[in-house]
Design a protein around this ligand. Structure first.
Ligand code: PEP
Length: 250
């Protein structure tokens, strides 16, 4: 039985003060002793340290939105995995489609980040997803398989890894993949991972769905056999909306 995982990706939203306010509201609701589901929040880098201290008492897992693939050095504007671990991050989101689309994160770069983050003791949420054009051209399967295989190249152990399937056309658009569409891709990701790491490792791997998940559609998505929770953008910016999704996972 896989424990579901719901993570809020706040993206470039919320000042430090606003992040602390939202984190406080979510921590009060999640509290301590939640066993049905793992819950994470990913504020802006600027707020990670303070939010981390604020939610330390709760079960919420501090999550970062990105990291660099080197430990330190002349990489202006970047943040390393070891820095994230030092402020208490437990997870880091890597390969988000916005990073791939706007910041040049190729699968090769994502792969270097994945290996560095795991080496530094962080858990990784590896995002994969096809564009609308790729879906309409019938290449969803090969695109997703390619992103999984390249993202995991040289990764020996996937026990600290989660994959998030996020169709690019469903992110922030209000369009959600149907539960059947999502389940089909999730099952194929699990099959790909079984081919790479064996069936037992694949059976243990959590695969989140992301793309306009809301309280109203979360339960149906999370009821699918291969959907193990969600990576939530817009709906994670409001504590009640986010908690409705967490409840759907429990
Ligand atoms: C995301 O960006 O990871 C995401 C799923 O966004 P939204 O929920 O807003 O579609």
């Amino acid at each position: 039985m896989r424990t579901k995982i719901v993570v809020g990706n706040w993206k470039m939203n919320n000042s430090v003060a606003e992040s602390l306010e939202l984190a406080t509201a979510i921590a009060e609701k999640v509290g301590k002793g939640i066993h049905c589901c793992e819950v994470g929040i990913a504020p802006t880098f600027l707020a990670l340290h303070e939010v981390g201290k604020l939610i330390e008492w709760s079960d919420i897992l501090l999550t970062a939105q990105n990291c660099h693939y080197e430990n330190d050095g002349a990489f202006t504007g970047e943040v390393s995995a070891s820095m994230l671990a030092a402020v208490g991050c437990r997870y880091v989101i890597l390969g988000h489609s916005e990073r791939r689309q706007f910041f040049g994160d190729t699968s090769a770069i994502v792969n270097r980040k994945v290996k560095k983050a795991l080496e530094q003791g962080l858990r990784v949420i590896l995002c994969v997803g096809e564009t609308l054009q790729e879906r309409e051209s019938g290449v969803t399967g090969s695109v997703i398989t390619g992103q999984v295989v390249e993202g995991l190249d040289g990764v020996a152990d996937i026990s600290s890894l989660v994959i998030a399937y996020e169709p690019v056309w469903a992110i922030g658009t209000g369009k959600t993949a149907t539960s059947a569409q999502a389940e089909e891709v999730h099952a194929s990701i699990r099959a790909t991972v079984a081919g790479l790491y064996g069936q037992t490792a694949a059976d243990h791997l959590r695969i989140q769905y992301g793309g306009s998940v809301k309280g109203s559609n979360a339960a149906e998505l999370f009821a699918m056999p291969n959907i193990d929770g969600g990576l939530i953008g817009g709906a994670s910016l409001n504590a009640d909306d986010f908690m409705a999704i967490v409840k759907a996972a429990c």
